[in-house]
Design a protein around this ligand. Structure first.
Ligand code: HEC
Length: 92
């Protein structure tokens, strides 16, 4: 808990517009490179290899608040071997 409070908290209003849930200044080419190197092995090239509530991760990202997606990607999915951005040392 102390570790999370001292290192895990971020000001997510710097990267998400709370009014529209849209990403602010997303870096799509960096995201695509990280997805290809780290996520594609489990989620597939179209993000649908592991269905979640009948959706791929693109559908989850569109349906659920960007804030939740941001934090899942940052800290990983509990109970799975999904890697986290924190462990990988990625920036927000
Ligand atoms: C080792 C396999 C693995 C890798 C690699 C992986 N994931 Fe996942 N991911 C999972 C599993 C398993 C779930 C949970 C599926 C479920 O809830 O049924 C999941 C769930 C998710 C969810 C949805 C969480 C929810 O319930 O709303 C998102 C978003 C996601 N992953 C994004 C990513 C991203 C982005 C990457 C790359 C940084 C990644 N994953 C890499 C296995 C992986």
């Amino acid at each position: 808990m102390v570790n999370f409070l001292s290192e895990g908290l971020i000001n997510d209003t710097l990267c998400i517009d709370y009014a529209t849930a849209a990403s602010l200044a997303p870096d799509a080419s960096n995201g695509a490179a990280l997805y290809t190197s780290t996520c594609v092995m489990c989620h597939g090239t179209d993000g649908k290899q592991i269905p979640i509530d009948g959706l791929g991760i693109g559908g989850i990202a569109r349906d659920e608040p960007a804030v939740e997606i941001l934090h899942i990607i940052r800290v990983g999915q509990p109970g799975t071997s999904m890697p986290s951005a924190l462990v990988n040392g990625w920036s927000v």
